[in-house]
Design a protein around this ligand. Structure first.
Ligand SMILES: *[C@@H]1O[C@H](CO)[C@@H](O)[C@H](O)[C@H]1NC(C)=O
Ligand SMILES: *[C@@H]1O[C@H](CO)[C@@H](O)[C@H](O)[C@H]1NC(C)=O
Ligand SMILES: *[C@@H]1O[C@H](CO)[C@@H](O)[C@H](O)[C@H]1NC(C)=O
Length: 425
């Protein structure tokens, strides 16, 4: 009994500390951003393309292009907007983008002081580090709440818009694990299996106005800047889906990550080398609750808008695969898997991911959800040969460390990390 009391007391204290810290953070953030927002930035057009060599000016010689099968020329597209959705393998993808950006010396539109664009506030140009109107950026890829008109003002016209979705039931489970403790209404859910209890009667616990409540309902739709609390039959849902499908050239699916990358390569004229990856920011299998069919059905019903969104883009995805060619796709996926496992045997000690506690270097330590050490990571082999050393390091590096290496100042994120270290959270 006293153990339970103590736990309750601890969790209340944590809640209090969290509340105080977040409030202070918000106040600080407001102090820093408010003057900029109210200045109303002038609108200077961004050039049509921000590629050093725009594809329509200097195409590659037609007879030696390795990128295309049909023989037509193409230069890799380097102007990319990646809408980084939450809990969708997007950290693995962002690592691919970072490396591609470095390879082509591209300019990233990064946030300032933290690793997202003041999520969940809708994106504003003024959130971009060192932004000046009319400036050229190639890639924007950190978490944001999508806001099409403001994003368009930062990026050139020839930007390719890319995003990724994940099965909403799995996503909900993941989000509940990762963000649940940041959502105050979950604190009063009784029992150890809060997820099941919540899904038993979501409306009993859910509060539309609750702080951070969007993490636990239609998070995908919310990330795209839409209203996550609409009724699924509301016409705005259809409109929202249409907006996304008009804006984004490619909507990838986390469940078919390799296939998605091959479609990406085809859409952006990239090379197979650009697609190599190790799964980053993954959760230890034992901490993933396997949803029973009944719970899964409830999770989908609760996240009905995301389910509709996912089903829509699942259809368009497989249409794309069909027009790419199923067999051709299978071959390319096999090649990518083979290349990835080759890299794994070159770079990774033991060849697989390990628990956070077994990661030797702090540089390789992934960011953990509150109160957990469930995110696994890697140890790099000690004797990697010179030619692979840099690539291995970058492929294995967690997002926060990579952002720091790319010159992003993350003081708010890091301060938050230190506070958590101190209170051992
Ligand atoms: C193919 O490339 C070679 C150089 O590698 C060039 O001399 C030749 O003219 C090209 N042919 C065509 C049809 O573009
Ligand atoms: C073009 O391809 C041929 C063989 O297919 C090769 O011999 C030649 O060196 C290539 N040219 C260029 C410019 O890459
Ligand atoms: C996605 O589409 C494929 C192919 O049409 C289908 O087999 C699969 O059941 C769909 N998945 C979902 C979750 O709708």
């Amino acid at each position: 009994m006293t153990g339970k009391k103590e736990r309750q007391w601890r969790s209340m204290t944590k809640g209090l500390v969290l509340g105080t810290f977040l409030t202070s953070c918000m106040i600080l953030v407001y102090c820093f951003t408010t003057p900029q927002i109210h200045l109303s930035l002038p609108e200077v057009p961004v050039p049509y393309s921000c590629a050093h060599r725009p594809s329509h000016v200097q195409p590659k010689p037609a007879n030696n292009s390795s990128g295309r099968s049909h023989g037509q020329s193409c230069a890799p597209k380097v102007d990319v907007m990646f809408m980084k959705t939450h809990k969708t393998a997007s950290s693995t993808f962002i690592n691919i983008l970072f490396r591609f950006g470095e390879k082509h010396r591209l300019k990233f539109a990064f946030p300032d002081s933290r690793n997202d664009f003041f999520y969940p506030s809708p994106f504003e140009r003024s959130h971009v580090k060192d932004y000046r109107p009319g400036m050229c950026f190639n890639i924007i890829c950190n978490h944001m709440r999508f806001n099409a008109p403001e994003v368009a003002k930062v990026l050139p016209m020839d930007t390719s818009y890319i995003t990724i979705l994940r099965d909403p039931a799995e996503l909900f489970e993941s989000s509940f694990h990762y963000f649940g403790r940041l959502v105050p209404f979950t604190w009063r859910i009784p029992g150890d299996d809060k997820l099941t209890e919540f899904l038993r009667d979501p409306l009993h616990y859910y509060n539309t106005e609750g702080f951070n409540s969007f993490y636990l309902k239609n998070l995908l739709f919310f990330d795209f800047g839409q209203d996550n609390n609409l009724n699924v039959d509301d016409p705005h849902v259809k409109e929202g889906i249409k907006l996304i499908s008009d804006r984004f050239q490619l909507v990838m699916l986390a469940e078919y990550f390799e296939e998605s990358l091959i479609l990406l390569k085809d859409t952006l004229c990239w090379e197979m080398d650009d697609l190599l990856f190790f799964k980053l920011n993954a959760r230890k299998g034992s901490t993933v609750s396997k949803l029973t069919p009944e719970l899964r059905a409830r999770a989908l019903e609760w996240n009905a808008i995301d389910w509709k969104l996912y089903q829509h883009f699942n259809k368009t995805f497989w249409k794309k695969v069909d027009s790419y060619g199923r067999q051709r796709m299978a071959k390319k996926v096999a090649e990518l898997r083979r290349r990835n496992s080759e890299m794994a045997s070159i770079c990774i000690e033991g060849g697989h991911a390990v628990d956070a506690g077994s990661i030797h270097e702090t540089d390789m330590q992934p960011w953990q959800p509150i109160g957990e050490k469930s995110i696994i990571g890697y140890n790099m082999k000690k004797n990697v040969d010179k030619t692979h050393q840099k690539t291995c390091r970058k492929m294995l590096m967690p997002e926060i460390q990579y952002l720091t290496e790319l010159g992003v100042n993350l003081w708010i994120t890091k301060l938050w990390g230190h506070v958590r270290d101190i209170i051992n959270w």
